[in-house]
Design a protein around this ligand. Structure first.
Ligand code: CA
Length: 339
């Protein structure tokens, strides 16, 4: 009898372990952006082929109310807008996507991200990545990207999810555009309507998350999973209080914190400072998907000897449910090696 119980417990433990293992996911951050220019359809197809569970879209709106996949609300960092439309910057010198029609944005070439130095020269953000300004890429619409992923789901028989983020909702509202409403309508048109569907909708703005949950979802008959992104701990200090995650869970299904809010920057290999955030979020019934895990030089914190060790620490010591990475192949291989 006793032996049976031990065996039963072992079996149960194995089942629970494989169950929690099965739930650990890889989210391709802006696609396979470690290898191809972020938010291009090419980077998304590569992420898909690498086995990511979800592929991320950052979404902004054009002058003619089209939804495009772009990380910044400006086109400066990831396109050649300064060469094609040199006179279209605002007074702050930046080219806002919302000032351009989709037809105009179609004329731009997307590129690996860069910054402009004081001498006017362009310097690639991550030196070891895809060479900026080479080959030919464009800025896709959200519709084109959903159709790419759903098309691949059909042709491969897999069911890879999407993970759209509404960028700058307050900025869009100030400009007279309800981007959240438009994104949820688009998701509904493509069949993403319930928490069982393979989609997470994310935003950094808490007030907007509440508005989406309380107003936009009910009006459209949609109720998909919502993720509260957390970057600057000063933005919403109450989230870090003991009951902060319970409060967030009133409207959200999960959080997407900076990984520095999960394991503190000052950690060492022998003294990993895991914050209470994951535990509190789990206790409130929420999932935790931190960002951004990168292989590039200087991107793996000093407390980890390798990218894979960092993944081990976050997935299995801090117990996050998934993570955003520019290198989805590495995270997929890591999880497979643990299965
Ligand atoms: Ca994002």
């Amino acid at each position: 009898m006793r032996l049976f119980n031990v065996a039963a417990v072992m079996l149960l433990t194995t089942l629970v372990a494989s169950e929690s293992m099965a739930q650990k996911i890889v989210i391709a951050h802006r696609g396979a952006s470690g290898y191809l220019p972020e938010h291009t359809l090419e980077a998304k197809a590569m992420a898909y082929a690498m086995g990511a569970d979800y592929i991320e879209q950052d979404v902004v709106m054009t002058a003619d109310d089209q939804l495009i996949v772009l990380h910044d609300i400006t086109l400066d960092r990831t396109t050649n807008v300064d060469e094609v439309f040199p006179n279209r910057a605002r007074d702050d010198g930046r080219y806002y996507a919302i000032d351009f029609t989709l037809e105009e944005i179609r004329q731009l070439k997307a590129t690996e991200g860069y910054r402009v130095l004081s001498n006017g020269e362009k310097e690639q953000g991550f030196a070891g990545r895809f060479p900026m300004g080479t080959s030919s890429f464009s800025v896709p619409t959200l519709q084109e990207e959903i159709e790419l992923i759903q098309g691949l789901n059909k042709s491969t028989g897999r069911n890879i999810g999407i993970y759209p983020e509404i960028k700058g909702p307050a900025f869009h509202l100030e400009e007279g555009k309800d981007i959240s409403q438009a994104v949820v309508e688009m998701l509904k048109a493509y069949g993403y309507t319930t928490k069982q569907d393979r989609v997470f909708l994310q935003t950094f703005e808490y007030e907007e998350l509440v508005r989406i949950k309380q107003d936009i979802f009910p009006a459209l008959g949609v109720d998909i999973k919502l993720i509260m992104l957390i970057g600057d701990p000063e933005a919403y200090p109450w989230m870090f209080e003991a009951d902060g995650m319970e409060k967030v869970a009133e409207h959200a299904d999960g959080i997407g914190p900076s990984h520095f809010l999960v394991i503190e920057r000052s950690s060492t290999r022998d003294n990993l400072k895991i914050t209470p955030l994951v535990q509190r979020a789990h206790a409130a019934g929420m999932e935790v998907h931190p960002y951004t895990y990168r292989v590039d030089p200087g991107q793996v914190p000093a407390y980890a000897n390798s990218f894979e060790e960092m993944l081990q620490q976050h997935y299995f010591e801090a117990d996050v449910d998934g993570l955003f990475t520019d290198f989805p192949d590495r995270a997929v291989q890591f999880l497979n090696s643990r299965r």
